[in-house]
Design a protein around this ligand. Structure first.
Ligand SMILES: Cc1ncc(C[n+]2csc(CCOP(=O)(O)OP(=O)(O)O)c2C)c(N)n1
Length: 541
């Protein structure tokens, strides 16, 4: 017989979970006993939000289910930001929460929350394990729901006394991911529509952000000569240097670019839920009746036809569908060059960076430009919320296997913990994190884990003494009425040194090259503080 806690850990181990993130709590001590001496790596974080951010960042890279363990009440509410992010980012994540003993359930006892109510709107499933005999079935279901069809968060609640119950050990098997086969007749129909298209465009979503997905998308776009747009913040779904890449859809598009994109006659939306920001507030494609022919391919059939009625809706995995479409091509449509070049031209204008000097500090865009040639061919960049970090995906033509992991929720605080989790998961790959001062002050203390694990991450921090993005909106909406957006900041490089990392400062343009050279040569974690201009970022959107 083994404890229920060990049974839960065994279920995770059987499903390739080899690392968990946590903040400890008295409500789930038996879990730690199950982790003691286990091959599963236990990463101790300093806030439950960052335990969750690390887990979901890891899942963005692996595509596999990830796990964080937190305590009841305050621990769980701290972690809720990660549950929301996992839902919006569409990543497989299980949040395990310690709970009051079963005898005290639903009495409003110490730190008790009814998690079904609390997480009801943001988790795909919330389950409280009161009978440990059901652990095998509940864990299988939790992993299945978290991983398919659109991955997302599941919350598993563990009353502390239940975790100590003894149960017979189960031989767990990995949960098989069920995927619908590609319907041959739908591929033929899509090919027929695309053959007649004059200005087709692909909107490629997060489901394609895997090696297999990127390869299938590249092959399909090339074969059919169809330009590609990434969905919101999925810049790395396609080769940013390719003539066929038309950029991403989101908040940085210019009016001219959107006007041009709206000239498309056929939209092949694939592996995307076609969310709010991607669709420019449900105006492209038009909701509910698109003013162009929409082909919508998504594993999650329940999402098809809900906001946008497609001419052809196909509920199947994105990558195999695109691969099947390659085989259907008979001849590249003539006269496509003008359309491709016009879209690319608008993209180039978004990439263009003209402000080079400012009176109040270093223009962060200059640092971004200088980082680019120093990036490895397989570098992974994590970007936090905020305007400065946004310049990285605004200016960088990411070329897979390079990746940019940016929160789709636009949540502040994911950059630093995300870089830490990714550096642990991908030893040997260069990991760079771009973060604003406001975002760093939320979760930057996770640099402690980077030091503990000797992770060679370069944190590039824009110290502009402001919640810059919000300041931009404030200046635009309420000119001159600055309140609530200024920040008092520490000396970040000194702070990094106090944590045991290396700290560097860029004060002027002349510092950029030598400081980056020195910082990129450091073996462990290092932070590059840029005394950044605020005025230079204000007009950039
Ligand atoms: C958790 C969370 N709180 C608030 C916001 C709203 N918000 C978006 S960007 C931003 C300011 C970011 O400031 P900073 O990290 O300093 O970057 P900057 O824009 O100055 O480059 C705020 C407050 C958010 N997205 N997430």
């Amino acid at each position: 017989m083994i404890t229920a806690a060990r049974q839960i850990i065994n279920a995770l181990a059987a499903n390739s979970v080899d690392r968990v993130y946590c903040v400890p709590g008295e409500s789930y001590l038996p879990i730690f006993d199950a982790l003691y001496g286990n091959t599963i790596d236990t990463v101790v974080t300093h806030h439950e939000s960052t335990a969750g951010f690390m887990a979901i960042s890891e899942a963005r890279i692996t595509g596999r289910v990830s796990a964080a363990f937190v305590s009841r009440g305050p621990g769980a509410t701290n972690a809720s930001i990660a549950v929301h992010s996992a839902e919006q980012d569409g990543v497989p994540f299980i949040l395990f929460i310690g709970q009051v003993p079963r005898r005290n359930l639903r009495r409003r006892s110490f730190q008790e929350i009814d998690y079904g109510k609390f997480f009801g709107d943001i988790a795909k499933w919330v389950v409280e394990i009161t009978d440990p005999a059901r652990i095998p079935e509940i864990m299988s279901r939790a992993i299945q729901i978290a991983t398919s069809p659109t991955p997302g968060p599941v919350v598993v609640v563990m009353p502390e006394d239940m975790l100590e119950d003894m149960v017979p050990p189960v031989e767990f098997r990995p949960v098989a991911r069920a995927a619908a086969p590609v319907p041959v007749e739908s591929v033929a129909k899509a090919a027929e529509i695309l053959r007649g298209a004059k200005k087709p465009i692909i909107i490629a979503g997060g489901e394609l952000c895997t090696d297999e997905g990127r390869a299938a998308l590249a092959a399909c776009a090339e074969a059919w000569q169809i330009p590609v747009l990434g969905s919101f913040r999925r810049h790395d779904v396609f080769d940013g240097t390719s003539r066929l890449f038309a950029g991403d859809l989101g908040i940085q598009n210019t009016k001219a670019q959107i006007d041009l994109i709206k000239e498309s006659d056929v939209v092949l939306a694939v592996g995307t839920r076609l969310g709010d920001l991607t669709t420019q507030g449900y105006t492209f494609p038009e909701s509910p009746y698109p003013a162009r022919t929409l082909i919508h391919v998504l594993a999650d059939g329940d999402r098809l036809g809900v906001d946008f009625q497609p001419a052809l809706g196909v509920a199947c995995p994105a990558a195999p569908f695109l691969s099947a479409l390659v085989a259907e091509r008979v001849a590249v449509a003539a006269g496509r060059d003008g359309w491709i070049d016009a879209l690319r031209g608008e993209r180039e204008k978004v990439l263009a960076w003209t402000t080079k000097t400012a009176p109040d500090g270093v223009v962060f865009g200059n640092v971004v430009d200088a980082v680019w040639p120093r990036l490895a061919k397989d570098a992974i960049l994590t970007t936090d919320a905020g305007l400065s970090a946004a310049m990285f995906y605004k200016q960088f033509p990411v070329k897979p296997p390079q990746m940019i992991v940016a929160s789709i929720t636009g949540v502040m605080g994911m950059g630093v913990p995300g870089a830490v989790a990714i550096a642990m998961r991908c030893p040997g790959r260069q990991v760079v994190c771009a973060v604003g001062d406001g975002s760093f002050l939320m979760t930057g203390n996770e640099i402690a884990v980077a030091v503990e694990r000797k992770l060679p991450i370069r944190f590039i921090l824009a110290a502009n003494k402001s919640y810059g993005s919000i300041r931009l909106g404030q200046e635009q909406e309420y000119p001159g009425h600055v309140v609530g957006t200024d920040l008092t900041i520490p000396e970040f490089a000194a702070m990094a040194e106090a944590f045991g990392a290396r700290g560097f400062v860029i004060r002027t343009d002349a510092d950029i090259a030598p400081v980056l050279d020195a910082a990129f040569a450091v073996e462990g974690p290092c932070l590059i503080e840029v005394k950044a201009s605020l005025s230079a970022i204000l007009p950039t959107l």
